[in-house]
Design a protein around this ligand. Structure first.
Ligand SMILES: C[S@@+](CC[C@H](N)C(=O)[O-])C[C@H]1O[C@@H](n2cnc3c(N)ncnc32)[C@H](O)[C@@H]1O
Length: 205
């Protein structure tokens, strides 16, 4: 009974949500597009010919938004556990970013050429056990940062979703050691009840 009511509330909230309506009108696959668009408007993350890596990309709204901002010389490399429909100028790999074989596949596609922007919206399936969930999020975010550290050009940017919890301070410290500026943001389009927020590393050293 409780579960049904919660589901009904979610559907009601979803249908009346301003960003859901905008996403439908603008042709985005998810309202999540506006989190990235808002951060891009504020920090100018994308430039026309950029090569971008999108981690945890499905259903594809960040890739869609990024694709609309790069020229035909730009390129997006996207990865997700789940399938994703095609997005213009985007090469998609379906697989687990934690697996070495998937990382190697991505690295092969990059052909030894560094990228301009790494974005990660990866979120694990939440188990409800706080310490376990936090450890999984930290693990994914550490891998994203390691990837950004290895593959971003000097002056390249990084954006990653995170949740406040253990390991947060150390993570921000790592970002500060790698980027000239680090920003902590909760976009307007991120639901208030969501504990998520975003870390932006600007200008890799
Ligand atoms: C919030 S969704 C991303 C939404 C996406 N940014 C968009 O705008 O459409 C989080 C995604 O992370 C993916 N994910 C979680 N763990 C992953 C992993 N280990 N490797 C690859 N993708 C993962 C999930 O499958 C899910 O599609």
């Amino acid at each position: 009974m409780k579960k049904t009511r919660t589901k009904k509330n979610w559907i009601k909230e979803h249908l009346s949500d301003e960003f859901v309506k905008r996403a439908q009108k603008d042709g985005f696959r998810s309202r999540a597009a506006y989190k990235f668009i808002e951060m891009n408007d504020k920090y100018h993350l994308i430039r026309p010919n950029d090569r971008i890596v999108d981690l945890g990309s499905a259903p594809g709204s960040w890739s869609q938004a990024a694709s609309s901002l790069i020229s035909n010389n730009g390129k997006i490399f996207a990865i997700d556990l789940l399938p994703m429909d095609d997005v213009k100028n985007t090469t998609f790999i379906q697989g687990d970013f934690r697996e070495l074989s998937i990382l190697q596949k991505l690295e092969e596609l990059l052909e030894n050429t560094a990228v301009d922007l790494v974005i990660s919206d990866m979120a694990p399936n939440i188990s409800g056990i706080k310490s376990r969930d936090q450890a999984m999020i930290n693990d994914l975010n550490d891998l994203s940062l390691k990837f950004a550290s290895d593959w971003l050009k000097p002056k390249g940017h990084f954006m990653v979703k995170t949740f406040m919890g253990s390991g947060f301070e150390e993570y921000v410290k790592k970002l500060r050691s790698l980027f000239n500026k680090v920003k902590i943001e909760k976009p307007d389009s991120s639901r208030d009840r969501s504990a998520e927020f975003f870390l932006i590393g600007l200008e890799k050293r």
